[in-house]
Ligand binder design. Structure first.
Ligand SMILES: [Zn+2]
Length: 407
């Protein structure tokens, strides 16, 4: 096993969560009588570049079937985040009708719709058929392809380079990291800017967010490591923002090495913050397994206690996070009866592995559970406000991370 960035051999286990099915492999009724495909879920830290990564990239087909059902537009807070970013980027980079904006992994056009609304030409690159079709229905040009250097060369030869290339929460999901970053450099105009967002490894470790680990999430970056990777492809990070999204993300503003963008003080400040935290030392990455096990044990103890006391527990949010926690803890429908999700694409299906049914929110009103576990803990505030009515019958909210919280 070699590091997917620097090719050093991987020997240091960061976290081993056993085996689990792909987190988006939701089951239909007919699937319940068939076995599921489980893959090992184990992360390593590269001793040379500190990239935390899955030990083997599973076959794309198994992980991203054409049945892939994540539609970004179903999350209201995510839409608001996208719109704020567009407002900021258009102003900061002085984008207009002469510019070209490209988004990689553009999903259902949740972000590019705001670019289009400002009269700025844009194109989305999105490999999954269902979401690409949804984007086209919004009138957003979408090329149904995986993004890589071959695609980038063809695009630039046939069209033009892009002034802004957006990659939100895609870098972590790329199997061939070097080819992907090389492709960003190819499609980028000389004075253009790439923005990428990804969960910050510093926050993942500090906040014990082990449930953000899943098969489709191949790489986990510190700012230091990200800087090394971009530099290896002639790209320079000239600004960085720390965001609250996904439990703490970074947004990098990247340009060609010799472009005019002046490197902002935030870059040096974050490098210093990571150094002080110890992220350049392998010892920093050890001991995370113990943290994850502690959370898993507390959560499971809580569920078993509820079961013994005749309390009814359900979940909210059928996303990857919940699947990692539920499968690592070995939770099944006897301990957690159902999970509510706002997306009609998930309702009527079952969670992979745990086989817990996914239902509409109306079920909560009907069954009046004692506890609702919020799996997307990063949206706790939004979801507790939305489900405030469970207080009417004494219902309580539960989050498992960074520690068990029942309130
Ligand atoms: Zn490495």
């Amino acid at each position: 096993m070699k590091c997917r960035f620097c090719q050093a051999s991987l020997e240091n286990v960061f976290l081993d969560l056993g085996g689990a099915p792909p987190s988006n492999a939701f089951l239909r009724e007919a699937d319940l009588s068939a076995p599921e495909l489980y893959f090992p879920l184990r992360l390593y830290t590269c001793a040379k570049c500190h990239l935390v990564q899955v030990d083997e990239v599973q076959k794309h087909d198994a992980l991203f079937s054409s049945d892939y059902i994540y539609f970004s537009s179903y999350s209201r807070s995510w839409l608001a985040h996208a719109e704020r970013f567009v407002t900021q980027a258009v102003q900061r980079l002085a984008l207009g009708p002469e510019s070209l904006v490209m988004e990689v992994a553009s999903n259902d056009g949740y972000l590019l719709q705001y670019i289009k609304a400002r009269g700025i030409p844009c194109v989305g690159i999105e490999p999954t058929a269902g979401t690409a079709a949804a984007a086209r229905e919004r009138g957003i040009e979408t090329i149904e392809r995986f993004f890589g250097s071959q695609f980038a060369q063809t695009f630039v030869a046939e069209r033009r380079t892009a002034d802004l290339v957006i990659g939100n929460n895609v870098l972590a999901h790329v199997p061939d990291l070097n080819d992907f970053v090389a492709a960003l450099a190819i499609v980028l105009a000389h004075e253009g800017v790439v923005t990428v967002e990804f969960p910050h490894l510093l926050q993942l470790i500090a906040q014990r967010q082990f449930d953000t680990v899943y098969h489709e999430h191949f790489s986990y970056f510190s700012f230091h490591t990200a800087q090394r990777i971009f530099a290896a492809h002639g790209l320079r990070i000239w600004d960085v923002e720390e965001l609250s999204t996904h439990g703490g993300s970074l947004r990098l503003w990247v340009c060609h090495e010799d472009a005019w963008h002046r490197t902002m003080p935030a870059v040096g400040a974050l490098l210093a913050k990571e150094s002080v935290s110890g992220m350049l030392d392998m010892a920093y990455y050890e001991g995370f397994q113990t943290e994850a096990d502690g959370i898993k044990n507390d959560f499971l103890t809580f569920l078993i206690g509820c079961k013994r006391n005749g309390k009814h527990v359900v979940g909210y949010g059928a996303a990857a996070k919940g699947n990692t926690l539920l499968n690592y803890a070995g939770v099944r429908p006897d301990l957690l009866g159902y999970v509510v999700d706002a997306s009609p694409h998930k309702q009527g299906r079952w969670l992979p592995g745990s086989r817990i049914p996914v239902v509409a929110e109306s079920r909560i009103q009907e069954t009046r559970p004692d506890y609702v576990v919020i799996f997307p803990w990063n949206l706790r505030e939004e979801i507790t406000a939305q489900l405030a009515y469970i207080r009417d019958w004494g219902g309580k909210f539960v989050t498992a991370i960074p520690q068990l919280n029942v309130s």
